[in-house]
Design a protein around this ligand. Structure first.
Ligand SMILES: [Zn+2]
Length: 141
């Protein structure tokens, strides 16, 4: 059996299995091969080159995506390291501390910690500036 990628006159692509090339030619000549999309019987073998190019560019796109993700992960990791080294970890008291600093009740300093989405929203509404650091994905050993 041999698989051909076929194309109708309206450019619909589909696949068909044939015993051999001659069997494809025979069926195509009889007009028994029809496009599953539009029913067109003018079906020809699709040129293979474009599909090779497609898979190559898909591979290139995947490699690029992986490289982008790796760069992003590195930046995120560096940001985490920077914050953990230079900022004071106030843990779950983040909203409280951020407010105290914002209203001048406490000395201005860099802090980091956890807060809820609700707290983050009200901090934002009060004009407290802070940024979110996305968590590092957990890597299963
Ligand atoms: Zn068609």
């Amino acid at each position: 059996m041999i698989k051909f990628t076929l194309r109708c006159a309206a450019d619909h692509e589909f696949e068909g299995w044939f015993r051999d090339n001659a069997s494809f030619e025979e069926q195509a000549a009889k007009g028994v091969l029809t496009c599953p999309v539009c029913g067109d019987a003018k079906v020809a073998k699709s040129i293979m080159a474009p599909s090779i190019r497609t898979s190559e560019s898909a591979q290139a796109a995947r490699a690029e995506q992986r490289a982008r993700m790796a760069t992003l992960m590195q930046q995120l990791k560096a940001a985490h390291e920077h914050v953990e080294k230079n900022f004071e970890n106030v843990g779950e008291r983040f909203a409280e501390e951020a407010r105290a600093i914002h209203y001048g009740e406490k000395e201005k300093r860099d802090i980091f910690g956890q807060t809820t989405a609700e707290e983050a929203k009200s901090l934002h509404d009060e004009g407290v500036t802070f940024s979110f650091l996305p968590p590092l994905p957990k890597v299963d050993a």
